[in-house]
Design a protein around this ligand. Structure first.
Ligand code: ZN
Ligand code: ZN
Length: 149
């Protein structure tokens, strides 16, 4: 996603694109589904020798729950100012490449699939959201022995 510097006129310049992760080299990232689009919009301005892009990307983040490890998707947004130093003779800036870097750096805080996720049993590994853990249930009158690793 290259921006021609001379298109960024005094009044500013806006872009809006809907792209696939592969369009900006993000097709192999775990946090994106290659088939789900990214909506990129940016306000660009040139101040002296700096091109300033206020970038907003709306996308779907693929993640694993920090508690039960279940995979899920959630809407996410990246809002970032990206600056380019322009030297005489430059014709283009590669906004896509910089957005790619920012998205990879964007640290997702610990995420849960749902606020009240019950997690997994540390002993038997049962997903307590969907199954009932048998660890502490008497089996034939005897407490089933806890598995240790
Ligand atoms: Zn969970
Ligand atoms: Zn258990």
């Amino acid at each position: 996603m290259k921006i021609r510097i001379r298109d960024v006129v005094a009044g500013g310049y806006q872009i809006e694109y809907t792209i696939k992760p592969a369009d900006i080299g993000l097709e192999n990232e775990d946090f994106l589904d290659p088939e789900k689009p990214l909506k990129v919009s940016a306000d660009l301005q040139k101040v002296d020798n700096v091109l300033i892009a206020q970038v907003h990307v709306i996308y779907t983040r693929e993640a694993f729950c920090a508690r039960c490890l279940e995979h899920f998707s959630r809407p996410a947004a990246l809002q970032h100012e990206i600056d380019f130093d322009i030297v005489p003779g430059d014709e283009w800036v590669d906004l896509g490449e910089r957005i790619r870097e920012e998205m990879i750096l964007e640290d997702m805080p610990r995420v849960l699939c749902r606020a009240n996720c019950l997690g997994i049993c540390p002993d038997c590994g049962a997903d307590l959201n969907t199954e009932k853990c048998q660890c502490d249930v008497p089996l034939n009158g005897v407490m089933k022995k806890k598995r240790s690793q």
